[in-house]
Design a protein around this ligand. Structure first.
Ligand SMILES: Cc1cc2nc3c(=O)[nH]c(=O)nc-3n(C[C@H](O)[C@H](O)[C@H](O)COP(=O)(O)OP(=O)(O)OC[C@H]3O[C@@H](n4cnc5c(N)ncnc54)[C@H](O)[C@@H]3O)c2cc1C
Ligand code: SF4
Length: 563
């Protein structure tokens, strides 16, 4: 065997798998399809806006030609162009009229360098949801199974947040929360007074407000409130694979990383009934090679891992490895998102803030909670993200005026605004599916074909969420409301998940309660592909906890000689 363990992908899940496997003493290979990124040196966070190409704006012709999908991501600009894929190099297919916005980055660290860092626990309500209302299959785990792992990953990653005592978004191991600004505090007060049970809190985000000794030992520093996080953070003040998990793995001496190595498929050995390794295609030379190991962790992101599994064809698994259930590729989900409402907050003209706080507010789910009378026309719920801010000089870009008068006018901060973006739970449906196309990419690998739409419940939930968001803003005194009424196509929430779901029954699920393939016991899938339902909270913290838990379990099985 070349290695004890192979981890495919180096994003949020892959970083955690590598750390946990290396720390247990296993020689671990991380296979990353994208380029190497050097923490710090390859970020643009110490450049001024005027030092960036085109002041950070991408030229329209380049966007049209190479970034048709990625341009739709709010975080995309010239400072992080190298952290997003070129759509022209990495195509995928969708049916006519059914778009799926697959927003992604192929490089060391994956989307851990790009994420907005909102980190919320799921609760008992979320793990019981499928069983309770009959949509999807029952999760094979409950909150009690994952709670210690949330504790574990939160302590290491560093999540700043406030203690709220809410059962449906449980408190965790928090660093001090950031402060709400005056408008956010005012909106909070009005909403919590008008709607007993509804809460507005500062978002729980993976930023070091007060680094621990363990975090400092990894070279991570305190957040400087610069809000340049989408360029990468040289202080390592937000959690990423490059600031946290991969350095922790590296210091064990057990980590090997290969970049520019595209995971092609998992190799299945019929004699042992196990995975024996991974085939890769070199990004540059297009040559193939293989690596062998005792266990394989797929952490290539939900669609990436499922795509690779579908492409892992053998006599035993003609429709993709570990797919005896036929569930592989099905039940793809995202969050119902890309819509919301915002407006102007009158008053507060004498109030200012200093610094550029990253992150925003969170309104946890308040519909269809346990003990409430269920809503009549939809199941599950939604939460809101957003915040309040005061317009700065950049508002001048959209205003008429020239010369001294314009400059003078822009010297004073503009009006306050406040808004909500909606994130709703999407139900798992078999028809939302990834398959392999007959067409191939330039490395000869079949393209993923993604067929995914919002369903009836998702749309009903969206309509009610928008009504609630609008009414709550009006109640809080926000005026001149601007509404984005239609949810964006799936994928746009960048929380794609499902397609290799966990379950109790091997006949209807791909993975067991340890993220271990029912059919292939040394194959683990711990990214979003494993999710059995989507809840409405941002999911990455749950991927971290599930990955750490699965890696510990795999380690125990390896030590006992079972895999
Ligand atoms: C702008 C933005 C904001 C976001 N905000 C939040 C947020 O606030 N909270 C939250 O929870 N989530 C957020 N997300 C989503 C979050 O980034 C993902 O959920 C998370 O990164 C998923 O982790 P992952 O390890 O599964 O995948 P990724 O982080 O995408 O990593 C996958 C890695 O696998 C590699 N890979 C893919 N295919 C192969 C292959 N065949 N062979 C080898 N390597 C491969 C990729 O190059 C990549 O490095 C956001 C994402 C973006 C882009
Ligand atoms: S706001 Fe904090 S995490 Fe973001 S770039 Fe600045 S120091 Fe880094």
């Amino acid at each position: 065997m070349d290695f004890d363990a192979i981890v495919v992908g180096s994003g949020i899940s892959g970083g955690w798998a590598a750390k946990e496997l290396c720390e247990q003493g296993f020689k671990t290979l991380v296979i990353e399809r994208g380029q190497h990124v050097q923490h710090g040196a390859d970020y643009q966070d110490f450049r001024n806006l005027w030092e960036l190409d085109n002041r950070g704006r991408m030229p329209e012709d380049v966007l049209d030609e190479d970034y048709e999908i990625q341009r739709q991501c709010y975080a995309f600009n010239t400072a992080n162009q190298h952290l997003f894929v070129k759509d022209s190099d990495h195509p995928y297919e969708t049916p006519e009229g059914r778009p799926f916005n697959w927003l992604r980055g192929y490089h060391l660290g994956g989307r851990s360098l790009l994420w907005a860092r909102h980190s919320y626990r799921w609760s008992e309500m979320d793990f019981e949801a499928n069983l309770r209302d009959g949509h999807g299959i029952d999760w094979p785990i409950r909150y009690a199974d994952i709670a210690p792992w949330y504790d574990y990953v939160e302590r290491f990653a560093g999540i700043s947040g406030s203690y709220e005592g809410l059962d449906h978004v449980p408190d965790g191991q928090f660093l001090p929360a950031m402060d709400l600004n005056c408008v956010e505090s005012a909106v909070k007060e009005k909403i919590e007074e008008a709607y007993p049970g509804r809460k507005l809190l500062m978002g729980r985000i993976a930023h070091l407000t007060e680094p621990t000794e363990e975090q400092k030992e990894l070279g991570r520093g305190q957040c400087q409130f610069r809000n340049l996080c989408y360029r990468g953070c040289s202080y390592g003040a937000y959690f990423s694979s490059l600031s946290a998990t991969l350095p922790a793995a590296e210091r064990t001496g057990n980590l090997t990383i290969v970049t520019d190595a595209i995971g092609h498929s998992v190799i299945y050995d019929p004699a042992t009934g196990r995975a024996s390794g991974v085939r890769v295609v070199d990004y540059n030379t297009k040559e193939g090679r293989t690596y062998t190991a005792k266990v394989v962790f797929l952490c290539a992101s939900a669609i990436g891992s499922t795509h690779m599994m579908l492409n892992s064809i053998s006599e035993q698994f003609p429709n993709g490895i570990a797919n005896s259930s036929g569930a592989l590729g099905r039940y793809l989900m995202d969050h119902v998102s890309g819509f919301g409402v915002s407006g102007t907050m009158p008053g507060f003209a004498d109030k200012y803030y200093a610094g550029k706080r990253p992150g925003g507010i969170y309104v946890p789910r308040f519909r269809n909670l346990p003990g409430q009378t269920p809503e009549t026309d939809f199941v599950r719920g939604y939460g809101f993200q957003g915040g309040g801010a005061r317009a700065d000089w950049r508002r001048g870009t959209y205003q008429a005026g020239v010369g001294a008068e314009l400059k003078e006018r822009l010297r004073t901060p503009g009006p306050w605004s406040f808004g909500f973006s909606i994130f709703g739970e999407m139900l798992p449906r078999a028809e939302n599916r990834i398959t392999l196309s007959r067409n191939t990419d330039k490395w000869g690998i079949p393209l993923p074909h993604i067929d995914c739409t919002l369903g009836d419940n998702d749309l009903k939930l969206a309509a009610r969420a928008l009504e609630d968001a609008t009414e709550m803003l009006e109640t809080a005194g926000v005026v001149q409301l601007r509404t984005r009424a239609e949810p964006a196509p799936p994928g746009h929430g960048i929380h794609e998940m499902g397609s290799a779901r966990m379950g109790r029954n091997p006949r209807e699920s791909v993975l067991n309660r340890w993220n271990q393939a029912h059919d292939v016991p040394n194959l683990f899938v711990t990214d979003g592909a494993c999710m059995t339902s989507s809840a409405c909270q941002n999911p990455s913290l749950t991927y971290m906890a599930l990955t750490a838990r699965a890696a510990r379990h795999a380690g125990e099985l390896m030590k006992e000689g079972i895999v």
